[in-house]
Design a protein around this ligand. Structure first.
Ligand code: DX5
Ligand code: ZN
Length: 222
């Protein structure tokens, strides 16, 4: 399978929440590929962020792919709401519901791309029996809950293992990495096989005038 190009998914968690619509337009203009939306419930993770109403309000501000990362449990009752809100990719953690396979089928039934998210301690084998069903695998390189944490290096091995699994099948699956991605760790994650970089802090550092340069550097375009 031919390698896909590196794509950048700024996490709006690090943006200015008081001007979310403008921030989304700015990262779109700055070259973002996906808009990464971190949804947290204060239960599955120790933080609360945004819900489907905010995703819906943001939808008219960009045509870019909405990459919605659900950190909520139970997750199943909210899949429909996020699908209706305009999400393009919906990613779930195996720990956030009893029937991962069923949840993935639900997401696909709603016409959306489905992703599985692996926490730092969750083994890569967790995706073995859904590899034929998913469009994206997201490796957490921090424990989910907050932006601005340090990249956990042990996740590079997991990326290498998953890259080999993905390359062994004929269908393209995005291999995304999330947490502590910056100008030093992005090249390491790319070398390990990741092709979508989630970046909150690294995208938004320096303010709007820096977004385009930050995204270019994360992509490896200098
Ligand atoms: C953490 C979130 C991440 C986070 C990344 O739970 O899933 O998307 O916002 O933030 P940075 O890039 O600052 O580590
Ligand atoms: Zn995320």
């Amino acid at each position: 399978m031919k390698r896909q190009r590196v794509r950048i998914a700024p996490s709006i968690l690090s943006s200015d929440f008081a001007q979310l619509g403008e921030e989304v337009k700015r990262i779109d203009a700055a070259g973002a590929d996906f808009i990464h939306v971190d949804v947290m419930d204060g239960h599955f993770v120790p933080n609360i962020t945004i819900g489907p109403g905010v995703v819906k309000a943001l939808r008219p501000h960009t045509k870019k792919t909405f990459d919605v990362h659900l950190m909520i449990a139970p997750v199943d009752p909210f899949i429909q709401d996020f699908a209706d809100s305009g999400a393009d990719i919906i990613s779930v953690h195996p720990e956030s519901g009893p029937h991962l396979h069923r949840t993935i089928q639900e997401i696909k039934r709603m016409g959306k791309k489905a992703g599985v998210v692996l926490n730092p301690a969750t083994p890569p084998s967790a995706v073995d029996h859904v590899l034929g069903d998913v469009d994206l695998i997201l490796v957490m390189s921090v424990n989910p809950g907050f932006g601005g944490q340090k990249f956990i290096k042990s996740q590079l091995d997991k990326l290498r293992i998953l890259r080999a699994k993905i390359d062994s099948i004929e269908r393209p699956i995005d291999l995304e990495v999330d947490g502590g991605i910056n100008f030093e760790t992005a090249p390491e994650a790319i070398a390990a096989g990741a092709d979508v970089m989630v970046a909150g802090t690294a995208t938004f550092t320096g303010g709007p005038s820096q977004y385009a340069a930050n995204i270019r550097k994360l992509r490896g375009d200098a």
